[in-house]
Design a protein around this ligand. Structure first.
Ligand code: BG6
Ligand code: MG
Length: 225
């Protein structure tokens, strides 16, 4: 039984939870998909959410039935290319790209003495937070390059718990992606999904958008799950 009163820390995904950057990842991957001749579909775009850079490329190649046609060197070229397209888009980010309600939610967490950590698969998260002017809220950021397994494995959420010096049952994770919600569940934390509840079926609680992400709303749900 997961209870609101046990929660002492909130662990955030970045892309698609804090900012609109999941759209920028999608845009950049779509260019790569075109280059390798993989058909871009809504389902593919959804499956890439939360997934590391190389794993994303592998999913794109697999979806076009060509996972064996590329050498490690060619894959490195393609992931580097995706990242430079993405970074060009990130360059244009401003605090207006923070999703609605997120800054208020972060401020309410600080006021109520909750601990906060970032569990993003992105190696660009510090740069993104800087552009959004949110760095001060995230003194604890898991470095995804230190992890053995990416989402949906629990590694990143377990590492965040360690950084916060809490137990998993004392933490709630917030995710917009299936891979991310699976990772939170596998880490035995409360999973809060942002998006469509018919897609984020595995999450303990789902809010249709970030504006609904408030301590009061979370409390309402965690007394019944
Ligand atoms: C996740 C995104 O947060 O980070 C994925 O949802 C992305 O789309 C992954 O592939 C890795 O990001 P980066 O910036 O290291 O390529
Ligand atoms: Mg995400």
């Amino acid at each position: 039984m997961k209870k609101f009163n046990d929660i002492k820390g909130f662990i955030f995904d970045l892309d698609g939870v804090i900012s609109t950057t999941s759209n920028l990842h999608s845009k950049a991957w779509q260019e790569i998909a075109n280059e390798v001749g993989t058909k871009w579909t809504k389902e593919l775009a959804n499956n890439l959410k939360g997934v590391s850079r190389m794993d994303s490329l592998n999913l794109i190649l697999k979806s076009g039935n060509q996972n064996h046609n590329y050498t490690a060197k060619q894959k490195k070229y393609l992931t580097d290319k995706k990242n430079s397209i993405y970074l060009r888009l990130v360059n244009q980010l401003t605090p207006y790209d923070v999703l609605p309600g997120i800054k208020d939610f972060l401020e309410s967490l600080i006021r109520n003495n909750y601990l906060i950590a970032l569990a993003s698969a992105s190696k660009n998260s510090s740069e993104v937070l800087k552009r959004l002017k949110l760095t001060r809220f995230f003194p604890k950021i898991v470095d995804p390059s230190t992890l053995k397994h990416g989402k949906p494995s629990p590694d990143i959420y377990l590492e965040a718990v360690k950084l916060l010096k809490l137990n998993p049952e004392q933490c709630a994770g917030i995710e917009d992606a299936n891979a991310g919600a699976d990772a939170i569940n596998a880490a035995n934390e409360i999973s809060i999904g942002i998006g469509n509840k018919d897609i984020l079926k595995q999450a303990d609680i789902v809010f249709s958008n970030t504006e609904k992400l408030t301590l009061d709303n979370i409390k309402k749900f965690t007394t019944i799950i």
